[in-house]
Ligand binder design. Sequence first.
Ligand SMILES: Nc1ncnc2c1ncn2[C@@H]1O[C@H](COP(=O)(O)OP(=O)(O)OP(=O)(O)O)[C@@H](O)[C@H]1O
Ligand SMILES: CC(=O)N[C@H]1[C@@H]2OC[C@@H](O2)[C@@H](O)[C@@H]1O[C@H](C)C(=O)O
Length: 377
Amino acid sequence: MSYAAGIMSGTSLDGIDVAIVKIDTSAPEDPVYEFAAFESYPFEDETKKRIMTALSIDNSDVALICSLNFELGKLFGNAVVAACKKNNLASEALRFVASHGQTIYHHPQKEGLLEPSTLQIGESSVIAEIVKTDVVSDFRYRDMAVGGQGAPIVPYSEYILYRSNYVQRILQNIGGISNATIIPKEGMLKNVLAFDTGPGNMIIDELCQHFYQKPYDSNGSFAKQGSIHQGLLSEFMSHPFIAKQAPKTTGREEFGKDYVHDLLAKYQMPANDWIKTATLFTAKAIAEGVRPYVDKTGSELIIGGGGSYNSELVKMITAELPEAQVMIQEDIGFSSEAKEAVAMVILGHRTMERLPSNVPSATGAAKEVILGKITYY
Ligand SMILES: Nc1ncnc2c1ncn2[C@@H]1O[C@H](COP(=O)(O)OP(=O)(O)OP(=O)(O)O)[C@@H](O)[C@H]1O
Ligand SMILES: CC(=O)N[C@H]1[C@@H]2OC[C@@H](O2)[C@@H](O)[C@@H]1O[C@H](C)C(=O)O
């Protein structure tokens, strides 16, 4: 029995999530992962601003990215130490730390001279020195090296935690971007499908920041007061990503600030109508993405990520997908916010054991590979 920590800092840039997980390997072929604790550390405004600048094609610079790699390594390491302390654990007793890293750019298709590539930062050497244990990081690169999109990478852990002999389960994550994992009833890992469905909270957050200087639409309260603008909704739905076939992944490059500000320049309407229409688009993109795969004999769509706390969004998804039973992670006793950080522990454990954890049917990779790199302490 050992403990490990997973660190997630996702595309929404809300902060650093740390999950501590107990790993029971008494049956080594079939390890059991037990959630032990979750802590979240919001980024300082200044740090968030610097990351946003680093992500921007127009304003990014190499000195900033170089420095942020080490700054984030420090913040990630300190977050794990703080989480351990709060939960009365010695951080050096962790068997390993698994860190996702901050995605700076994700470009899965070849475009001109640009190779399919992705970049996550938050230096693992710095984390290892602070936490004083081994660190697994950089999970996406190896999958891309064998022709995969490098995302989504959570399907392996979702298969381990949620597969069912009785019902199809669709795990719908709504972070900055939304992604779905479809696990057939009695399915094998090779039958699992996963892909990004489009924006998660990214457009809603940008609009809340623009109109109200607020980071997000708490519980959908602005959306609840707005009306749908059909012209804007049609324009949203005509985004080429929506009609694309899976496997597909996306990011801030397609649904970030530039996309939202181009639309803001084009349409005039009250703030809450913008937010309501963007919320419906987010729900429809999810429904369009998963609808072709819903098992008519029974399907549970389980929503996780911060979007599960937006009840207006959840209501819209429920209305768009009457063929599935829609619920959130908390309805089945899990935590919506901890889900991805827990997933990192499961992926990290596979790496430590020299075992593969990409799902080629999800990423389009040519074969199964061992994800991640290990920095030994
Ligand atoms: N109470 C709430 N009401 C509405 N929205 C919320 C609430 N709490 C969190 N959110 C939304 O969830 C977002 C954070 O979600 P999460 O932490 O799952 O994203 P992430 O992991 O950074 O992104 P990704 O999964 O795309 O990498 C916030 O930016 C916000 O939009
Ligand atoms: C490149 C990148 O960071 N992608 C994230 C992002 O956030 C959600 C969605 O887009 C998903 O594809 C992925 O994260 C999760 C952890 C994944 O790979 O499964």
